[in-house]
Design a protein around this ligand. Structure first.
Ligand code: SAM
Length: 277
């Protein structure tokens, strides 16, 4: 099967797209990902591959790179919710959240310095009444460690439907107001106006989907403060000059903006706090 016609023009047959989408929907790992994103990736891969089978494999690889690679193979959301509900006090809730957060690599890497992380980030900020967490993974569970204003609302989004369902319920159990959304931030930046938005370790992932997604996101997010971070090491734990690379990349992204920027360094993460308005 070839997906270009004799003039070299792209022709994505509906049946090929149906085959790829059906194969992905049949896989427990991918059925849960935002459908518009899966469709967009599938269309792109069908255009580049010779058969629907090759396009399915390539789409799965892409979905793994942008999301699956960070997650533990088993995510028992119902049991986690039961554990949270059974936690008798704030100390026990923190212990349950810590155990859950260890199932996402980005979160697991920052667990050793969680208290210092938020103390440093929030040190010079006014009271924060609302938060947006873009491409959040399991980070919303760290809200318990954040010095937020009483009653602060927490809005979060990522591409996994069941993860967003779980986090929505978990925030309720923890007594935190807010909303979780199942959305592709590389196409539709969230529109909620907030005091502070987290874009933690997310830009390299989103830029794999669209080279301009990072710049677009930073410009469009409606927040007084943006907290943007980059990994200082690869998933395998190697440093390979990543801090210098991402620092230069970040400066390039914001070169035209009149924003004040504060920089913080943690063992595995480089953080920029932007005063946007
Ligand atoms: C490196 S992890 C960072 C997670 C979290 N921000 C943190 O630092 O703990 C990247 C996250 O981006 C999410 N993601 C990937 N593509 C996305 C997209 N198009 N829209 C929204 N989230 C996406 C993944 O599911 C994953 O949770």
């Amino acid at each position: 099967m070839r997906f270009v016609n004799r003039k070299g023009k792209l022709r994505v047959p509906t049946d090929a797209l149906e085959v790829v989408m059906a194969a992905l929907a049949a896989s427990p790992k991918y059925v849960d990902v935002a459908p518009d994103l899966v469709r967009r990736l599938a269309v792109g891969e069908i255009a580049k591959r010779r058969t629907a089978k090759e396009a399915t494999k390539a789409t799965k690889e892409k979905l793994h790179q942008i999301g699956g690679a960070f997650l533990s193979p088993s995510l028992p959301y119902a049991r986690w919710l039961a554990d949270l509900r059974a936690a008798p006090d704030a100390v026990a809730q923190r212990a349950v959240c810590t155990a859950i957060m260890a199932n996402h690599t980005s979160m697991r890497e920052r667990l050793p310095f969680l208290t210092d992380f938020y103390a440093a980030i929030f040190a010079d900020l006014p009271p924060i009444h609302s938060v947006l967490d873009v491409a959040c993974g399991l980070h919303p569970l760290a809200a318990l460690w954040m010095p937020l204003a009483p009653g602060a609302a927490y809005h979060a989004s990522d591409i996994y439907g069941s993860m967003m369902g779980f986090l929505g319920e978990a925030l309720g159990v923890l007594g935190i107001a807010g909303q979780t959304t199942w959305a592709d931030a590389s196409v539709t930046p969230p529109r909620t106006a907030v005091d502070l938005a987290f874009v933690l370790k997310a830009l390299p992932t989103l830029e794999q989907l669209d080279r301009d997604a990072g710049r677009r996101l930073l410009l469009r997010i409606d927040a007084r403060y943006l907290v943007v971070s980059f990994p200082r090491q690869s998933l395998g734990g190697r440093q390979k000059g990543m801090s210098a690379f991402y620092e230069a990349h970040f400066q390039e992204l914001i070169v035209d903006q009149p924003w004040d920027v504060r920089r913080l360094t943690f063992p595995t993460e480089l953080v920029f706090i932007i005063a946007k308005r």
